[in-house]
Design a protein around this ligand. Sequence first.
Ligand SMILES: C[S@@+](CC[C@H](N)C(=O)[O-])C[C@H]1O[C@@H](n2cnc3c(N)ncnc32)[C@H](O)[C@@H]1O
Length: 280
Amino acid sequence: MEHHHHSPAETDSAAMAELLDLDAEVMHSYLSEVTAWVEALGPPCRRILDVGSGTGAGTLALAQRFTGAEVIAVDLSENLLGRLRDKARDRGVADRIRTVQANLDAAWPAVDTVDLVWASNSLHHMADPGRVLSEVFATLRPGGLLALAEMDSFPRFLPDDLGIGRPGLEARCNAAVAGARAEALPHIGSDWASRLRQAGFTVEAERTFAIDLTPPLPPSAGRYAQASLRRVRSRMDGRIDVGDLATLDALIDDDGPDSVLRREDLTVRDTRTVWAARRR
Ligand SMILES: C[S@@+](CC[C@H](N)C(=O)[O-])C[C@H]1O[C@@H](n2cnc3c(N)ncnc32)[C@H](O)[C@@H]1O
């Protein structure tokens, strides 16, 4: 058997790809609800752009909703785009999906005018989201719509009392994650409505989607919780105490009795806000 050596960056990218895929799977009904909402607000759609598509949660949901449309997925990561193309092929929609590798902090790629732009949890990663919003505005045809989705907080999976460790672990972790994210991603939690207006958009609607999945959950929810909490764990050294770290390690373990893959009290709770902004 061939032996592969993975650099930390590759391992991180593979973990990110898996997390995004699981997110799409677990959030399936949210994606279906939000694309239906966009369709109801929306203009006729022949060309759609997904900004910071990742592995294509939005791209594929939009291709399924707008069966006459071509979807262009733009992302920094060729690895994530490759995974998106594989999924598009599996679902028989590859002929309507195009991927474009681009660093949107550096330059806006050459894309034709589009009817709809989707940007989900991607703008807060950009160095200058205002500039990217202006590019989005210029790429939309007059009357076209931007749907901007941002996660309000990190998803919650666990009850306060886990039966192991000190109660309140997840709340402490999430507070620490929020601190780490605020340092790394200064645009998180921006006033997106006013940024949209500054870029020339008319904000037509703002809607919060509450995700609240309760047991019995499919196995993918356990894997999603594990992938999310592993990402949390990678940032927790020095931010939570050693007792909490040990509890977290037991939760993200594949095999242990306390693994999230096995817990029957797992939930998935999250809210995502979506702004519908029109280029008049
Ligand atoms: C949290 S993921 C969201 C992915 C996808 N929109 C979704 O909802 O599942 C953020 C994505 O933004 C991409 N991204 C971050 N900075 C970028 C940049 N400067 N240019 C292009 N894409 C970028 C990342 O590669 C990643 O795929």
